[in-house]
Write a protein that binds this ligand. Structure first.
Ligand code: G16
Length: 545
């Protein structure tokens, strides 16, 4: 009975009391905070996940991770049946429930049930996984308590990468059409596609099948080891920062490498050696190398999307299919990448707000939508129609063999790409495939266009919601006067561009700037930071250059 379930939910909250005076918010990637205060949030997300499953009449998933954040943090995000991010209208329900007082949980649940019109008597089923954080197991327990109170069935997969969980729930709900719903099935699907794409590889002059992976001391390292045996001798991978000594994300991982613009600790790198950094839950990837003069070169999400869009574009034309390809970026995309895509490659580019869900939506507008955040989070979406056309062409004996072969390669690329969400392991294999096909070293790839120097800073303020933005975060609407100040500063610099936005995963305001030289990008970022500090209620000392 409904009243019994609600009463049980309230009773269950006694073991997961909500601390006074904290407001939780479902942000860019779910809830993120110090792990020590998240227990009540996890319990409540157990309750919510069961409701979501009932509402969708399908299995949903819950991932426990704080991804790129430091090890003491943790977080939780819900995954919808086809492996998408939780539908946006439910973020409010999640926030409401997370903030409900223990005794008010019943009425908070009732509000959601009424608003969405959920039949509570339906069954619910939830897939659960976590990253390698030590706080993961107790937080999983809190989540499972919530699920049990709701009478939900569940499968706890233990430690997985975030994209693996997205993959599993899609496989399960598509009744295997997307792949075998097991971790092994994931490795098999990717490895089979990868090995087939390598078959006609031929002799290489520049591409070397040797790569070093920085696993951020997290789950990506563990899972890459598992993948390795499936790849046989096709790729020689050395996994560093595998968690055997260092701390998660500390001086390593994709976020560190991207923001600091330098190699992670724990790697011994030869000039030209291709290196790869994953983040804490392996949904982001960036590449880098050090040239013979010792200069660090980053190949970030923008370089990855340009590489992929270029290659898929070639395959589509070679197949003779009429499919439009577009790229989705955020305001963080390097200005050179946008210009290169639009002016040289003639590919349409759209700009979305930060957060994969926003990019994902926009990418759906194309037959083949390539979306990447500069930080390395992204993937490719093929519309159902595109997928059907490609598959049909690959089996059409009446087509010229070159067209059929191009279509066949496209089907293999579709298998290699995790279309549910950005996936470091899958994206890494996609890039390796393209580099090998093109016979490119990292340096050749990097030469496609030259990045404008940029700088990303973070500023602590009393309340980060004081900063508000519009136009895909490129323009600040609050606090008053901030955008005018930014405009004035930007005008001083050649090729200057800058914007600010409140982070959705950390308690800071982010400041981005790019300009003609590194010194200018640094100075512009600094000057804008001072404005944020002064106008948006900076905390602590004023930023120093
Ligand atoms: C998350 C989101 C990304 C976002 C990043 C930073 O990444 O999934 O879309 O770019 O946070 O977001 P913000 O600037 O709002 O803090 P991850 O890898 O930490 O899950």
């Amino acid at each position: 009975k409904m009243s019994d379930i609600l009463a049980e939910a309230v009773k269950g909250a006694a073991a997961h009391p909500r601390p006074e005076g904290i407001q939780f918010a479902y942000g860019t990637a779910g809830f993120r905070d110090k792990s020590t205060i998240l227990d009540p949030v996890l319990y409540r997300m157990g309750l919510l996940a069961a409701l979501r499953s009932k509402a969708k009449k399908a299995t949903v998933a819950v991932m426990i991770t704080a991804s790129h954040n430091p090890e003491p943090d943790n977080g939780v995000k819900l995954v919808d049946p086809m492996g998408e991010m939780l539908e946006e209208s439910w973020e409010e329900h999640a926030t409401d429930l997370a903030n409900a007082k223990d005794e008010d949980i019943g009425s908070a649940l009732q509000r959601i049930i009424d608003a969405v019109d959920i039949d509570i008597s339906l069954p619910s089923d939830v897939f659960v996984a976590r990253d390698t954080r030590p706080s993961g197991p107790p937080l999983t327990q809190a989540l499972l308590d919530g699920l049990k109170v709701m009478g939900s069935t569940f499968t706890d997969f233990g430690i997985l990468t975030t994209p693996q969980l997205h993959y599993l729930v899609r496989c399960h709900n598509s009744k295997g059409a997307y792949g075998e719903p097991t971790e092994e099935g994931y490795y098999k699907k990717l490895a089979q596609a990868f090995l087939k794409l390598r078959k006609d590889a031929g002799a290489k002059k520049k591409y070397e099948p040797v790569v070093i992976i920085d696993g951020a001391n997290g789950v990506g390292a563990l899972k890459t080891r598992k993948l390795q045996s499936h790849l046989h001798e096709s790729l020689r991978i050395t996994v560093c920062n595998d968690g055997s000594s260092g701390k998660l994300n500390e001086k390593c991982g994709a976020d560190f490498v991207k923001v600091q613009q330098k190699p992670p600790a724990g790697l011994e790198i030869q000039p030209g050696q291709r290196c790869v950094s994953f983040d804490g839950d392996a949904d982001r990837v960036v590449f880098f190398y050090v040239n013979k003069d010792g200069v660090f070169n980053l190949l970030d999400g923008d370089k990855i999307s340009t590489l992929i869009a270029g290659y898929l574009g070639e395959l589509v034309s070679a197949s003779g299919l009429q499919l439009n390809i577009g790229v989705v970026q955020t305001a963080y995309a390097n200005g050179s990448s946008t210009r290169y895509l639009e002016d040289v490659m003639k590919v349409p580019v759209s700009c979305a707000k930060t957060g994969v869900k926003h990019l994902h939506h926009k990418a759906l507008e194309f037959d083949v939508g390539v979306y990447f955040e500069a930080n390395g989070h992204g993937t490719v979406l093929f519309s159902d129609q595109a997928e059907q056309k490609i598959k049909a062409a690959s089996q059409d004996d009446s087509l010229e063999s070159s067209k059929r072969e191009a279509a066949t390669r496209l089907t293999l690329m579709m298998d290699l790409i995790n279309q549910t969400v950005g996936d470091a392991i899958s994206d890494f294999l996609v890039v390796e495939t393209i580099l090998s096909t093109r016979d490119w070293a990292a340096e050749d790839w990097n030469m496609q266009y030259r990045d404008l120097p940029s700088r990303l800073l973070k500023i602590k303020v009393k309340d980060r919601t004081a900063v508000q933005t519009t136009d895909a975060e490129r323009c600040a609407t609050a606090p008053a006067g901030l955008q005018e100040a930014i405009n004035k500063l930007v005008a001083k610099y050649q090729q200057g561009r800058s914007f600010v936005r409140p982070s959705g995963t950390e308690d800071v305001v982010r400041v981005f700037a790019e300009a003609d030289t590194q010194a200018n990008a640094d100075m512009l970022a600094h000057e804008v930071s001072v404005q944020v500090y002064q106008l948006a209620g900076g905390v602590g000392d004023q930023p120093q250059p």
